[in-house]
Design a protein. Structure first.
Length: 395
């Protein structure tokens, strides 16, 4: 019954988007994003763009997603009703899109969605039609974790000093109230221009029939510095001392794989702590359903999508107390938010060893997950775009 209601909600949202698009005269949308869903390092941001593009396409809109190239993949593909154009290198894509934007003759029925993922596409310089910006979170310290010192300084300067004045009057969509607060405080964008629109959860994430027989912890994320998987491994090793039969599985791929494997070996943890690599959706859902707790030690997130996916499976979270996580997890109700080190370990131990508390968090996680539907996300995002279009038309 719940699945049927969710489908009905999505259909209603698609009809609402179609009616609104006709009212404001938008028939075509270009979405700009750094990476495509097929990229080996794709994550929550790419899933978010895909789901919105698919639902807008279902509403009869012509949607094109422009991203950087995907190694070994074709430049153009049709996916879920929209066109994905993947062209340009990791950093070259920003300059390419900038040039394309100036050269292209934009029609009056076209709109633009710019996904600002650290580096913007500077769309205010070259696009005059209806436009909104999706900004999941401020990159901040991520620059220094991911790039050389010189490139990190360039990224920080653009994000904090060069780009914000250009986007001062732009309509901005973000995923959480805590991310909105960071955008206001660090980028000094106007609060009245920022909408908070939570992401959805796929219908297939739902409770299973039984949990693992031993305490099982799962973490899902790219194996890159910002996810702080090394710190998580240290905290899991400390948790193992308190919970001797603990088993942990870390799902995801990334360039730190070999380094993290070596860290696990150093701790003699290979028998119980596994880097599982990429899993299919079916395998991931089964893992969420078996796990006793989902965890993340990430430094920066626009949203904790893996935490809400697990919550829909009835699995509570123990996660770092950061912007994004604060909205995905209701602290003390659907999981625990905590700082790193001993407090993180204490929280994991408490959830794994206190069955009554864990069951309460599981019920809280299921209840919290009911709030998140992709149809509502896509409709709210298009509503913001339509308001921009209507405002421009009145001018």
């Amino acid at each position: 019954m719940a699945g049927e209601n969710e489908h009905e909600d999505e259909v209603a949202s698609v009809h609402a988007i179609a009616a609104l698009a006709a009212k404001v005269g938008i028939s075509s949308i270009t979405m700009l994003a750094w990476r495509d869903l097929d990229d080996p390092e794709a994550g929550g941001s790419e899933l978010h763009a895909h789901r919105i593009a698919a639902l807008w396409s279902a509403a009869g809109l012509k949607v094109e997603l422009r991203t950087s190239s995907v190694p070994g993949q074709p430049e153009r593909i049709e996916r879920a009703g929209y066109l994905a154009v993947r062209r340009g290198g990791r950093y070259q894509v920003f300059l390419q899109v900038l040039v394309e934007g100036f050269r292209r003759k934009w029609r009056s029925d076209e709109a633009l969605i710019e996904i600002w993922n650290g580096m913007p596409f500077f769309a205010p310089l070259w696009f005059r039609g209806p436009r909104v910006v999706v900004l999941h979170h401020v990159h901040g310290p991520m620059w220094r974790l991911s790039l050389s010192a010189v490139l990190a300084r360039v990224g920080e300067t653009i994000e904090k000093h060069l780009a914000p004045p250009l986007y001062r009057s732009s309509r901005v969509l973000t995923l959480s109230d805590s991310s909105k607060d960071e955008i206001i405080e660090q980028l000094h964008l106007r609060a009245e221009n920022i909408d908070v629109i939570a992401p959805g959860i796929e219908d297939q994430f739902k409770p299973g029939t039984r949990r693992a027989e031993v305490p099982t912890v799962v973490a899902v994320g790219r194996l890159v510095p910002v996810k702080r998987i090394d710190l998580l491994i240290e905290q899991l090793v400390a948790t193992k001392r308190e919970v001797p039969d603990l088993v942990a599985i870390i799902v995801g791929e990334g360039y730190l794989h070999s380094e993290l494997e070596a860290l696990i070996a150093t701790h003699g943890a290979k028998q119980w702590l596994t880097l599982a690599g990429h899993l299919s959706d079916e395998e991931l859902i089964a893992l969420y359903q078996r796990a006793w707790v989902v965890t993340s030690a990430s430094l920066r997130e626009g949203w904790g999508m893996t935490l809400t996916e697990a919550a829909a499976c009835g699995t509570p979270a123990v996660a770092s107390d950061i912007a994004g996580h604060r909205d995905a997890v209701v602290n003390g109700v659907s999981g625990i938010l905590t700082g790193p080190g001993a407090s993180f370990v204490d929280a994991l131990v408490k959830v794994l060893t206190n069955e009554k508390f864990r069951d309460e968090l599981s019920l809280g996680a299921l209840e919290n997950a009911k709030r998140f539907r992709w149809g509502r996300t896509a409709e709210a995002a298009f509503q913001a775009l339509a308001e921009v279009a209507e405002k421009q038309r009145r001018r």
